[in-house]
Design a binder for this molecule. Structure first.
Ligand code: NDP
Length: 491
């Protein structure tokens, strides 16, 4: 016993600091048993369906439609009709009003959306509440501001809409990706058919309610749920003028091949294997927080996650030591508990993929560290993991794991850090930790990554363009750059 614990005249000192459960109530969400597709402002009864579950409990939440070719045909026709009969010729200031309205309604209903996002996707409520929802609303606010200023964004180039956009989004940020895609498309005067990911359709379906509340003209946004087959039908549809895709590099490449020669516009936001580079002159504790946020945020289901940590050799040991200690304090469990740091893995399939790559890391010779951690019995979970002793050639240093798994590598000089960081087929993001501004700029010029964060990580802002190099895709989302893929401009 310590001296303090022994003193009789003091209140007893707790021996451990555990957290009492702090569950967010589910009552705010009213789920329907069954959802159809949202086409031309109406719910269309699906011919085929599947069940969508909560990955934290495996409980079925609702039955949703498996979109067929016929559903996609109807949705594209509705979008074309809305485009030709009003939306594309509406003054920008009028389009802006709808976007502002959508942003405000999202803010008003943010708790409901945050709870549903965590239920269907498995991410901690504190992330959906404090990151996904505020950012989704901010994207609509931001692009609402551009809707009547396109002439100023592209002076003397007569900007006009492209037509009907087909948008396919992944499961890691379901509502936020919807906002990233819809807001610029609508601001520029396009109409949309959007397909959410198979495992996370529910916030997109609840969003249809927001569209009705905002009185958006029918057909301007249509949502067809389903798996990859529905996505493929949308990509191949003759009535679509532009495809925007976020997801795996593999599917992105297949889409690019299919669209070659069709004249359809395309933007791809694909995978990543970001380097988080820590120099010995940085604020070490701050860097540890940034590393943890970089890889364990959203269970590591983040395309720009800092999944490769490059530690300067002189601080390798204290850094890894601090990191391991910090990992012990991460709380893994119920996504709806407000104390949870790491929630459920999004699907059984993703859990299998993470497990396979972690096994490969062990077999190839890397040293694994996992803090003691009791996982719930039901649902899909993975303990936050750090690999040390990693060689650049290992699969865990090359492939996107898309889970809470960090690979630690080392470097001695800035030149070596750049060379190793760029030794990847991807190029989406990177992080640099140092107290020297000149070094930050030197590094940023040499890192082949769409975004380079300095002394922070995973920071998003609607005014800032986001996108990749190499196999991370092309085209930018966010900022003025994010308007371009949705406009035809005179060259
Ligand atoms: P996918 O690329 O398969 O999914 C992304 C979206 O594309 C989903 O809506 C998906 O539908 C749809 N889709 C699937 N096949 C096709 C197709 N042939 N044509 C058109 N659309 C299609 O990613 P996964 O969900 O399979 O995840 C696999 C891996 O991809 C992850 O482990 C991760 O490494 C990476 N990934 C990267 C993301 C990123 O943000 N960069 C996001 C998600 C995954 P459905 O949901 O039905 O499959």
């Amino acid at each position: 016993m310590t001296d303090i614990e022994k003193k009789p005249d003091r209140a007893p000192v707790p021996k451990e600091w555990t957290y009492a459960p702090a569950p967010e109530s589910r009552d705010v969400v009213r789920l329907q048993e069954r959802y159809g597709h949202f086409i031309a402002g109406e719910w269309v009864e699906p011919s085929d369906t599947y069940a969508t579950i909560s990955p934290a409990s495996e409980e079925t939440l609702a039955t949703v439609g498996q979109g067929t070719q016929e559903d996609v045909d109807r949705a594209v026709a509705a979008a074309r009709d809305a485009y030709a009969n009003g939306w594309s010729s509406l003054p920008g200031s009028e389009r802006a009003k709808y976007l502002f309205r959508i942003a405000r309604i999202l803010q008003e209903r943010s708790r409901e959306f945050a709870v549903l996002e965590s239920l269907n996707g498995g991410k901690p409520i504190k992330e959906s509440r404090d990151v996904d929802l505020p950012l989704a609303a901010a994207h609509f606010f931001y692009y609402a501001g551009w809707a009547d200023k396109l002439e100023y964004a592209f002076p003397n180039r007569k900007p006009g809409p492209v037509g009907v956009a087909g948008q396919i989004i992944p499961w890691n940020f379901p509502l936020l990706m919807l906002a990233w895609k819809l807001a610029p498309a609508l601001a520029c005067g396009n109409t949309v058919v959007l397909k959410p990911a198979e495992t996370t359709p529910l916030t997109a379906l609840l969003f249809c309610d927001v569209l009705r509340q905002a009185e958006l003209p029918p057909g301007v946004v249509n949502i067809v749920t389903g798996d990859g087959r529905t996505g493929a039908a949308l990509v191949d549809h003759d009535g679509v003028d532009k495809i925007a895709f976020t997801g795996s590099t593999e599917v992105g490449k297949a889409i690019q091949r299919r669209l070659a020669g069709t004249g359809k516009k395309l933007t791809l936001e694909l995978g990543g294997k970001a380097a988080n580079i820590v120099f010995d002159d940085c604020a070490l504790d701050q860097a540890v927080e940034g590393i943890v946020n970089g890889i364990y945020f959203n269970q590591g289901h983040v395309c720009c996650a800092g999944s490769r940590l490059f530690a300067q050799e002189s601080i390798y040991e204290p850094l890894v030591e601090k990191l391991k200690r910090r990992l012990e304090t991460l709380r893994v469990g119920d996504p709806l508990d407000k104390n949870t740091d790491v929630g459920a893995i999004n699907s059984k399939m993703q859990l299998d993929r993470i497990t396979e790559l972690v096994e490969a890391g062990k077999e190839e010779g890397a040293e694994i560290y996992q803090p003691p951690c009791r996982l719930p019995e039901k649902g899909y979970w993975f303990v936050p993991t750090v690999f040390t002793n990693v060689a650049q050639s290992y699969r865990i240093a090359q492939e996107e794991i898309f889970g809470p798994v960090l690979s630690v590598l080392t470097f001695r000089t800035p030149e070596e850090a750049v060379e190793k960081a760029n030794n990847t087929p991807y190029g989406l993001s990177a992080g640099v930790w140092t107290e020297k501004g000149s070094r930050i700029l030197w590094m940023a010029q040499r890192l082949r990554a769409g975004v380079v964060w300095a002394n922070t990580f995973n920071r998003f802002d609607p005014t800032s363009p986001f996108g990749g190099y190499k196999e991370s895709g092309f085209g930018r989302e966010g900022g003025r750059h994010g308007l371009e893929p949705y406009l035809r401009v005179e060259e």
